[in-house]
Structures are given as structure tokens and as C-alpha cells.
Design a protein around this ligand. Structure first.
Ligand code: SAM
Length: 291
């Protein structure tokens, strides 16, 4: 796996910020090509707090097989330092599984399990005490394209450590600019059943009449209201770096950890910059590395 290149030539000029998230402090914008950096940067901060942990990626194959340097799973496994101990990477597409296997081969010292199949089924065999202990800090990336991740799957993840202080932390991707087309393309009963399984409620039919920000906020509110997360917030991911650009999707971040909002805010703010050295990040975020 080629190393990340953080030379300035590869970083975009973010231009003026225009965010749905009004509480955002940074002027940077995250766009689809650097969303993997946002994910890996958050994980970098997450593990500075947890000092251990398990990473689950339910839809883990590379979005673009020709751009493996913008692949979330690869950037996470390349983190230095890397304190997470266990990795579960699932994908149902055979061609993507080859990339996942190569990634595991490139990191022979890490405990990486490749899970072939539909994550909506695989999740139930994965969520077992022998795989993930009650005290194991666990993060799950749900980087679906549109309607692939069923609500029952999200619920299973949220309930798995329901007795623990910290449930499995989640990044959930909610499509935005192509979602109207996707709703418009539902022409069959099977299609309707698929969308209902994704949303988990019959009121999915109301979604196209909502604005993108309202839909994202509604989804975030479901993480707190229905699933019991202490905090859930949408982050806008733009289609491209130049001009105004459309919001491509919202990433909903759900966590019970009191530090999570600050870590996410830091990650969103500096995802397109070189990573801060561990000790500086610890000073800036008020973390105790020895604790
Ligand atoms: C948007 S891409 C993931 C992008 C990736 N996170 C990255 O950083 O490039 C979605 C992936 O989910 C896979 N997929 C779609 N439906 C799935 C399902 N039900 N279970 C598991 N994987 C699925 C696709 O094959 C594809 O590789």
C-alpha cells in the first residue's frame, strides 16, 4: 500500500466555507475525495483517547479501485501510531474483496478479518462477545452508497453494548444529492421493501419532501432518540472542492463518549492538513496519553 503523500500539492484550497453545520468552526470543507482523510483523522484522535479498540467497516471495499489513496480502510490501517487492535472489514462484492485481502496481506502484524457477504447478515455473527468484549472501544463505519445499510443493522450495532457506558460509535453515511433520483427510481414493491428496510419505518415516503439538512438532522435525532446515543450530529461532505459545490452526503456521527464532539470537530477542521504529532494533538485536545 503506498504511503500517504501529504505534500501541499495534493491538498485543495478550500475557499470560503459554506456549511449546513452552522456550529462548525473551521474554514475547511470536506469533499468526497478527502472524506477518507476525515474518517482516518477521526480514528487517529479516537484511539488517542481509547489507546486500544476495534474498527468495523461494514461497506469496506474501495469506492474507486483506481484511487486507493482515498480509501478509508487503507488510510486507517496506515495510521501511525496505530493503537487499534482488531479490524473487521466486510464487503459483498467479489472484486472489492480482492482489494481487502491485499490490504490485509500488506499489514501482516495486524488482526484483520475479512468478512465476505451482506453486512446486514454478517453483522449478527460479528456482534458476539468472543469477537468484541464489553469493554472494547469499538467504532463502526457505515459508508453505504444510498439504501444498502438496513436500519436493523444500525440498531443491532447500537444495542450490542447497550449495558456499557459507551455503545459502538458510528459514522453513518446518508446520501444527499442523488437521493431524490434514488427515491424516484423506486418502481416495484421489492424496491419499496428495500427502502423501508433501509429506513426501518414506513414514513420513508415523507423523506423526499424534506430539505437535505432536515433529513440529516432527522436521521441524527433517530440516533439519539431511538437508539439512545448521547450525541449525534450530521457533517456535510461536499461533492467537490471548487466553487460552492453540492452536498454529496451527510455523515452522521453518533457516540456516547463525552470527548467525541470535540474530537470530531478537530478532525473535521484539520482533515485536509498533515496530522498533528501525537503529543501536540494530546495537548490541543486535553488528552492524557499515559492514562
Ligand atoms: C461507498 S463504497 C465504500 C467506500 C469506502 N468506504 C471507501 O473509503 O472507498 C460501498 C461499498 O459497499 C459494498 N456493499 C454494497 N452493499 C453491501 C452490503 N449489503 N454488504 C456489504 N457490502 C456492501 C460495495 O461493494 C462497495 O464496495
Amino acid at each position: 500500500m503506498p504511503r500517504k503523500d501529504w505534500t501541499e500539492g495534493q491538498l485543495f484550497d478550500p475557499g470560503p466555507a459554506k456549511m449546513a453545520d452552522k456550529s462548525k468552526t473551521s474554514k475547511e470543507r470536506i469533499w468526497t475525495q478527502n472524506k477518507a482523510r476525515l474518517i482516518s483523522r477521526y480514528i487517529y484522535y479516537f484511539q488517542l483517547v481509547t489507546k486500544h479498540g476495534t474498527y468495523i467497516d461494514g461497506f469496506a471495499g474501495p469506492q474507486d479501485s483506481t484511487k486507493l489513496d482515498a480509501w478509508a480502510a487503507a488510510l486507517v490501517l496506515d495510521l501511525e501510531p496505530l493503537w487499534l487492535r482488531h479490524f473487521f472489514l466486510c464487503d459483498q462484492d467479489i472484486s472489492k474483496l480482492g482489494h481487502l485481502k491485499d490490504l490485509a496481506l500488506a499489514h501482516p502484524k495486524l488482526d484483520i478479518q475479512i468478512l465476505p457477504g451482506d453486512f446486514n447478515l454478517v453483522v449478527h455473527s460479528l456482534l458476539q462477545p468472543e469477537n468484541i468484549g464489553e469493554k472494547e472501544a469499538t467504532f463502526c463505519l457505515l459508508d453505504q452508497r444510498t439504501f444498502e445499510c438496513e436500519w436493523a443493522t444500525v440498531k443491532a450495532l447500537a444495542r450490542f453494548k447497550a449495558d456499557s457506558k459507551n455503545k459502538i460509535e458510528i459514522f453513518y453515511f446518508l446520501a444527499e444529492w442523488w437521493i431524490y433520483q434514488a427515491f424516484g427510481g423506486i418502481k416495484s414493491v421489492a424496491g419499496e421493501q428495500r427502502v423501508e428496510a433501509w429506513w426501518g419505518r414506513p414514513d420513508w415516503r415523507d423523506l423526499p419532501s424534506l430539505s437535505g439538512t432536515d433529513r440529516a438532522q432527522l436521521m441524527a435525532d433517530r440516533f439519539t432518540g431511538e437508539l439512545g446515543y448521547g450525541y449525534a450530529k450530521p457533517y456535510a461532505i461536499y461533492e467537490k472542492s471548487e466553487g460552492e459545490g453540492r452536498v454529496a452526503y451527510y455523515m452522521i456521527h453518533a457516540s456516547d463518549h463525552y470527548r467525541a464532539p470535540a474530537l470530531m470537530s478537530a478532525a473535521y477542521g484539520d482533515a485536509v492538513m498533515p496530522p498533528k504529532p501525537v503529543h501536540q494533538a494530546a495537548f490541543d485536545l486535553g488528552l492524557d496519553l499515559e492514562g
